[in-house]
Design a protein. Structure first.
Length: 128
């Protein structure tokens, strides 16, 4: 019996392909969806598109704004709107406030400090 030598096993560069697939089909973030819902012009443009898009399901005619999904037919869109998944996402979008930059800065400890201080409070004490 002879022994066979196997070469080093690698991942065959699958990592970047998986990463690309993960980021290719990203949906809108909740703050972007809320911005779409609050802007009447943008909401009308999403629900009633002027041009048909052949790359989207149903040519982009049947769109759910809350879930950021296109459907192939009106029947599929109505089935989705009646589903528990859509109701859960819609409730989350309508009830929760969007995450803002100011909120993230406050969470990091960076914020506007409007507290008035006297000059003697600002002076540092010498170390003993």
């Amino acid at each position: 019996m002879t022994r066979t030598r196997h070469g080093k096993k690698t991942h065959h560069a699958r990592r970047d392909v998986k990463r690309a697939m993960r980021t290719r089909a990203r949906k809108l973030d909740p703050d972007q969806i809320q911005a779409n819902l609050n802007d009447p012009k943008k909401l009308d443009a999403l629900q009633n598109p002027q041009q048909l898009d052949v790359d989207k399901a149903g040519l982009g005619l049947f769109y759910c704004v809350e879930c950021d999904r296109n459907f192939p037919s009106q029947k599929d869109q109505l089935t989705h709107i009646a589903s528990k998944l859509h109701k859960r996402v819609a409730k989350k979008i309508h009830d929760e406030q969007a995450y803002t930059v100011e909120e993230s800065l406050r969470a990091a400890g960076i914020g506007v400090d409007n507290q008035q201080r006297r000059p003697q409070d600002m002076a540092t004490k010498p170390r003993e």
